[in-house]
Design a protein around this ligand. Structure first.
Ligand code: KG4
Ligand code: ZN
Length: 333
């Protein structure tokens, strides 16, 4: 069994899984309410709250799984990318547990956690596919040949998809984090109410850009009566359409270019209902097999970190206790 900790941003999380990847317990302590009053994550505040939450969470998952600390075979933690002061809390705790229990430590790349998450909950094992990872900090297309064999096909030149959702939500007066708020209101609006720009760049590019969309909404603001709920819902639906159309079409293009039938989507933005609906329809039309991470495994959690660690552990890989955190840790070196 592996015990993993996740503390790369504002969620503290712990999970226990078997070496085969079965999740025995998973718990997340969200700090969303604390950061909402600042309109975004304050790193120092996040770090201090990780310290408060991490130990009770370890105790909670041990109890939930019905196991003792001594039963754990390896301890893992997210070592990057993320906020350095946040990453330090989870990794220090996991290393301390590994030293105390004389067990190995595994440093896990947060993006590998997202990348492998669609294969959890009975969809495994991780195998050849083209992946779209859409989170608050990243938007990438990755060619996966197997665990640890990844090739970056494209990524965003500016904002990540989640960042675009969050920044535009803030501009139109919605609370942090804005992605789920836009998702909720989009259901009530018309996606074709505003023709916001889609940055496809050139026809073959697998790179993304969302800054033009943000600027377009900003220029439109003075003309919008956002106090009218119908107007607000139309803006949300149109923004969501603009982001999701680009995400879906680029994933289809990447699969076509790679000659791959299996596609996966993960990361917080993959919870978006508009995106999930559009993906399902478009993949069926293209004859693609779609694996989506379960919503509770899409936003930041430690189960995906435990699962990624288990894949590495099975291959006989562990990390040195000296392994440092890296706020900019790349998925593909
Ligand atoms: O993967 P994640 O939990 O954390 C990072 O690694 O960044 O992703 C968080 C991002 C935030 O930008 C949040 O607004 C977005 O995922 N998000 C959504 C939805 N749920 C979370 N965006 C659009 N629609 C949603 N339903
Ligand atoms: Zn994440």
């Amino acid at each position: 069994m592996l015990l993993a900790l996740e503390s790369s941003c504002d969620e503290t999380a712990a999970a226990i899984c078997t070496v085969e990847g079965e999740i025995l317990a998973s718990a997340v302590a969200s700090q969303v309410e604390i950061h909402r009053r600042y309109g975004g994550v304050v790193p120092e505040v996040a770090s201090r709250n990780h310290i408060l939450h991490v130990r009770p969470l370890v105790e909670q998952v041990l109890e939930e799984a019905g196991v003792r600390l001594a039963d754990i075979d390896a301890f893992a933690a997210t070592s990057g990318p993320g906020l350095v002061s946040s990453l330090l809390i989870g990794t220090s705790m996991a290393k301390a547990l590994a030293v105390a229990e004389r067990k190995p430590f595994l440093a896990v790349n947060h993006m590998e956690g997202h990348l492998l998450s669609p294969f959890m909950a009975g969809n495994g094992p991780p195998r050849r596919s083209v992946a779209l990872i859409v989170s608050g900090g990243h938007t990438m297309l990755v060619r996966m040949n197997g665990v640890g064999d990844y090739r970056l096909l494209g990524q965003t030149r500016d904002d990540a998809a989640g960042e675009a959702f969050d920044k535009i939500a803030k501009m139109i007066g919605l609370p942090y984090p804005g992605g789920p708020e836009i998702d909720k209101l989009a259901c009530l609006g018309r996606g074709d109410a505003h023709d916001f720009p889609r940055s496809f760049l050139d026809g073959h590019s697998l790179e993304f850009s969302f800054s033009g969309l943000k600027t377009a909404v900003l220029y439109e603001l003075p003309r919008l009566k956002l106090e009218d709920p119908a107007v607000l819902a139309d803006v949300c639906a149109s923004v969501q359409e603009a982001i999701c159309e680009v995400l879906v079409e680029k994933l289809v293009l990447a699969a076509r270019q790679a000659g791959e039938k299996l596609v996966t989507v993960s990361g917080g933005v993959s919870c978006n209902r508009g995106l999930r609906t559009r993906l399902a329809a478009r993949c069926e039309q293209e004859g693609l097999i779609l694996l989506l991470a379960r919503p509770d495994l899409s936003t930041d959690n430690a189960a995906m970190i435990a699962y990624a660690a288990a894949q590495r552990y099975k291959l006989g890989q562990t990390s040195a206790l000296e392994a440092d955190v890296d706020p900019n840790l790349p998925l593909v070196a």
